[in-house]
Structure formats: C-alpha cells, structure tokens
Design a protein around this ligand. Structure first.
Ligand SMILES: NC(=O)c1ccc[n+]([C@@H]2O[C@H](COP(=O)([O-])OP(=O)(O)OC[C@H]3O[C@@H](n4cnc5c(N)ncnc54)[C@H](OP(=O)(O)O)[C@@H]3O)[C@@H](O)[C@H]2O)c1
Length: 290
C-alpha cells in the first residue's frame, strides 16, 4: 500500500480519494477550500496544511485540480507540492491540463522525482464504480509503479511517453464536445424546419448520433441537466483542443465551432451547469424562431 498525497478534492478528486482510501492506501489530503476535505478526514485521511506538507510523507502524489492555473497554484512556490516531494517519489498529474502544462511541469521537477500524466475519461458515477479510463504518459517503469494505485480508480492505459496521456485525453474530449455540438445543431435544425422533436429523435435513432441522442433525450425534453462535468471545464477543454490544433497547424473547423457554443453558453450563465446544457444554448435559437 502507498502513502499518497492527494491535492484537489473537488467533484472528481473527492471521489477518487475516497476510492483510494477504500483500497487501503494512506492519504494526506489538501484542498484550497478546506471544507471539501472534511468527508475524507472522517474516512481516515490525514489533513495536510499545504500541498508541500502533504507531499513530505508520500511515495506517490496526485493532482486533480481544475486547470493549468490551478495546477501551477498547487505545485509551485514555497508551499507547493514540488517543494515537498522526496527523491524516489512519483507525481501523477490527473487533471485535464493539456500536454503543454505537463511538459512545463516536468521541467520543474525536483531531482529524483518522476512524473506521469494520467488524465481520466469518465465522470462521477464512473469514479464511484472504479470504471474510469486513465490515459497514462511517461516511462514504462513509472507506469508499472503507478498501476496498482490507478487500478483502484479504473483501467490505466499506457499510451506513450510523457504528455501522451494529456494528448489522448484531448482526443477523447474533442469527440465528446464535438458530438454534443453536432447533436444540438441537428435538433435546432429540426426545430427550425418545424419538425416535432419526437420525430427528430426517431430519425436520429437511425443515424451515427443514435447513442448520444438517446443519452441526452431526457435532459433536452425536461431542460434538466444533472451536474456531472461543469460546462466551464468543458469550455476549458475545448480551448485546450483548439490551441493544440493551432499549434499543430491544423484547421479544426467543427471543434472551433463546438468551442464557440460552449463559450456562448458560459457567457449566458450556464458555466456551473453540466456541460450538456450547451444543448439548451444551441436549441434556444430554434425555439426563439418557432
Ligand atoms: N467532472 C467530470 O466529469 C470530469 C471528468 C473527467 C475529467 N475531469 C477533469 O478533472 C479535473 C477536476 O474536475 P472536477 O469536476 O473535480 O472539478 P471541480 O469540482 O470544479 O474541482 C476543481 C478542483 O480544483 C481546485 N482549484 C480550482 N482552482 C484552483 C486554484 N486556483 N488553486 C488551487 N486549487 C484550485 C478546486 O478547489 P476548491 O474546492 O477550492 O474550488 C477543486 O479542488 C478538471 O481538470 C476536469 O476537466 C472532470
């Protein structure tokens, strides 16, 4: 069993930490908002006064925070995680922060500390069930060392050298974000053409969008989007995708449009709703036109 420093106990991180405790690991936890670690303390986690303090006893450290700014805030500086990591320890960056942030982090590692990027596909239910897909980038022996810990959370897949996990995660989220935008526009078109939504869903059930249409139908019909993955985080991911495309010199027109919809939905006040609420924003235009 490992001693794990766990940094970032938001919606995903708190559930991941809970599973690691249940698997018998010892955890030192830190979160910017202290109240969000209380449930974990009751389950036997130790409270750390800073990310640095959490790291000081750990063989493995995990970061699961919102974005690249949060990652910098918890890793850098006098009280940051990097200042506390011991030689021989392993840092697992599991947030969706993108390949650039991972490579940047690697340049600040203390001597003898190894890094894997290990972002996850799956949301709250998948963590609770230990069914995340975890895309891991980094050295093979570090992957072997991390696997027993990661296996408590889901299925780790070693996809290549450092940064490859973050790249793989961009592919996964590009497909999630893109398909949602397409579904929204197809439904908006149906409304604009005056076809009943029921008919649209019947048609979609015969197309490549069938599974996504079925999955989102209840939310579209009730305008209830149960919170799992905040729309503002999906907007952040869409911007990581388009920035990576630009850097690679690619024209990603569909994904750029999907990012625009997420930005519009966030500007309309939907940032803290589930990311599927982007459908509400896209459908708003056809409803206005009816
Ligand atoms: N939710 C999902 O379905 C899902 C699925 C796969 C991947 N992800 C990714 O997993 C990561 C976490 O997502 P989540 O849903 O758990 O988000 P969340 O509930 O919003 O939690 C975000 C975490 O980041 C911390 N944080 C934010 N800004 C910070 C800063 N400046 N300094 C220090 N800590 C900061 C928050 O601390 P406070 O508590 O103090 O705000 C919280 O612990 C994100 O990268 C997300 O894209 C999410």
């Amino acid at each position: 069993m490992s001693h794990i420093a766990f940094i970032g106990t938001g919606a995903m991180g708190s559930r991941m930490a809970q599973r690691l405790l249940a698997a018998g690991h010892e955890l030192s936890v830190w979160n910017r908002t202290r109240s969000r670690i209380e449930g974990l303390l009751a389950l036997g986690a130790h409270e750390a006064g800073s990310p640095r303090a959490a790291a000081s006893q750990a063989d493995i450290a995990i970061t699961m925070v919102a974005d690249v700014n949060a990652l910098e805030a918890v890793t850098r500086g006098q009280d940051g995680l990097l200042a506390g990591l011991r030689p021989g320890s392993l840092l697992l960056e599991m947030s969706t922060s993108g390949p650039r942030a991972v490579l940047d982090l690697s340049t600040h590692l203390p001597p003898g500390v190894a890094l894997l990027d290990a972002p996850v596909l799956g949301s709250l239910q998948e963590v609770e069930r230990g069914e995340l897909h975890i895309f891991v980038g980094g050295a093979g022996d570090d992957f072997a060392k991390a696997s027993p810990v990661l296996s408590a959370l889901g299925t780790p897949l070693h996809v290549g050298p450092l940064g490859s996990g973050a790249k793989a995660k961009l592919l996964a989220n590009a497909s999630l974000i893109g398909v949602l935008g397409l579904l929204g526009e197809v439904l908006a078109l149906s409304g604009g053409l005056g076809l009943p939504q029921d008919t649209a869903f019947t048609v979609l059930s015969r197309t490549p969008l069938a599974a996504q249409a079925e999955r989102r139908r209840a939310s579209v019909e009730t305008s209830d989007y149960p919170p799992r993955f905040a729309l503002s985080l999906a907007r952040k991911d869409a911007e990581l995708v388009t920035a990576a495309g630009e850097q690679a010199g690619l024209e990603l027109n569909l994904l750029t449009a999907a990012a625009d919809w997420l930005r519009k939905a966030e500007a309309a006040g939907l940032g803290q709703r589930d990311y599927a609420a982007v459908l509400q924003e896209i459908l708003g235009q056809s409803r206005k036109g009816l």
